[in-house]
Design a protein around this ligand. Structure first.
Ligand code: SF4
Length: 399
């Protein structure tokens, strides 16, 4: 049995590590949990009673492989979870991880620490999904406070997104009473800004995760407010809102409680042909309808767009640029730009990296200069190339 578990943290796995640490410390008493960004630090712990945990994105894989090689050469037990591992579990075992964790990790990491060792070295959190209410979204013992995950899973099938595969297509909501309890704990520790993790904030409480339930959201936000939080952010980072969940009634409810005058809307393209190809499940007309409702209620939108799909034509791009110009002018929208990244396990995994052309740089650069565009689109162009390479990184790199 291990006496300690060391998480290799990155800026991309903070939320998931917090949820997993919270789950462990609510179920296992005799374990030391450590976090480090520096793999050399891990080498000071005895090999025999230390396990090391990685949770990583595809573009982090080359660093992970280097560190895995180092840890295994010293004899550590090394485990992996997260989006890349869930998509390519066999490849990760071949790379040298001792055990892999697919999908939801909370129950399985507890099983692992209690001594369970499946013969195939895979802990399956896809077949066996967890009930969010059984595990805390924060970790009071270690004073780890994060936005509270209120829903997990997404019924959509966007071709570039790992969420439905990692978190499932059935939406699970955390009960309001639970959310309120954890907000109270956060407030007690001086964390008085309430933010939430969910793929679609305006779908909270809804059976299918899409059809809005303003009555439930009203109850949620009213009760959260009564915990003593000073600010509430709902439908902004780190969550998104689907355009079809924006209704007049929902926006009016949200407006009563929140400390912001914008909402993050996922549009992704201004071309209906591209929206269809990437399986977004909505049209540009639906996006505009949502922006209109928001504007009527005094909100503007930060609208997400993805650029550089290898299959987009000049005409698609022109349509997207025209759509952006229109919504900036008519609805005062701001643009959040991404470059397409091919991710394993998604329908678009094998189409190649997102490629930006001169006209992208020119148009996006102009919007940025006007102060109406942000996002990591330039950095993502590099990450997209890495992701495309790392999808191919298989047993050839094992040791
Ligand atoms: S992009 Fe959003 S709506 Fe689409 S599958 Fe991912 S989480 Fe769901």
């Amino acid at each position: 049995m291990f006496k300690r578990l060391v998480f290799r943290t990155t800026k991309h796995n903070r939320y998931s590590v917090t949820a997993i640490v919270g789950a462990i410390l609510s179920e296992v008493n005799d374990i030391e949990i450590l976090e480090t960004k520096n793999v050399a630090e891990i080498l000071q712990y005895p090999v025999t009673d230390t396990a090391v945990a990685f949770s990583f994105m595809t573009f982090d894989l080359d660093t992970v492989v280097e560190e895995l090689r180092l840890l295994k050469s010293h004899g550590y037990t090394v485990i992996a979870g997260g989006p890349h591992t869930t998509a390519l579990p066999f490849e990760m075992l071949k790379l040298g991880f001792d055990y892999v964790f697919l999908g939801d990790g909370e129950e399985n990491i507890v099983r692992f620490l209690k001594g369970e060792r499946p013969e195939n070295r895979m802990f399956d959190g896809i077949k066996n999904r967890v009930d969010l209410n059984k595990f805390p979204p924060i970790c009071e013992k270690k004073k780890l406070f994060m936005p509270i995950e209120i829903s997990r899973g997404c019924p959509f099938d966007c071709g570039y997104c790992q969420t439905p595969r990692l978190a499932g297509k059935v939406v699970r909501h955390r009960d309001i009473e639970q959310i309120v309890e954890y907000e109270k704990i956060s407030v007690k520790h001086g964390k008085t800004i309430a933010r939430f993790i969910t793929p679609n904030a305006f779908g909270y409480g809804s059976k299918n995760g899409v059809t809005p339930r303003p009555d439930i959201v009203d109850e949620l936000l009213f009760k959260v407010k009564s915990t003593g939080v000073k600010e509430i952010y709902f439908g902004t980072f780190p969550s998104d809102v689907r355009p079809e969940s924006v209704t007049d009634e929902m926006v009016k409810v949200v407006k009563k409680y929140v400390n912001h005058n914008y909402v993050v809307i996922g549009a992704q393209s201004g071309s209906n042909r591209i929206l269809n190809l990437i399986r977004r499940g909505h049209t540009i007309e639906k996006v505009e309808e949502a922006l209109e409702i928001l504007a009527q209620n005094g909100f503007y939108a930060k609208v997400d767009f993805i650029f550089g799909f290898p299959f987009e034509t000049k005409e698609d791009v022109e349509q997207t640029f025209n759509f952006i110009e229109k919504i900036v002018k008519k609805y005062n929208s701001k643009i959040h730009a991404h470059t397409f990244m091919p991710l394993p396990g998604t329908p678009l995994a094998s189409v190649g990296p997102g490629i930006l052309q001169d006209y992208h740089y020119k148009f996006l650069g102009q919007l940025a200069a006007k102060g109406i565009l942000d996002g990591y689109w330039l950095k993502q162009e590099e990450l997209a190339k890495k992701a495309a390479q790392n999808i191919k990184l298989k047993a050839g790199n094992s040791f």
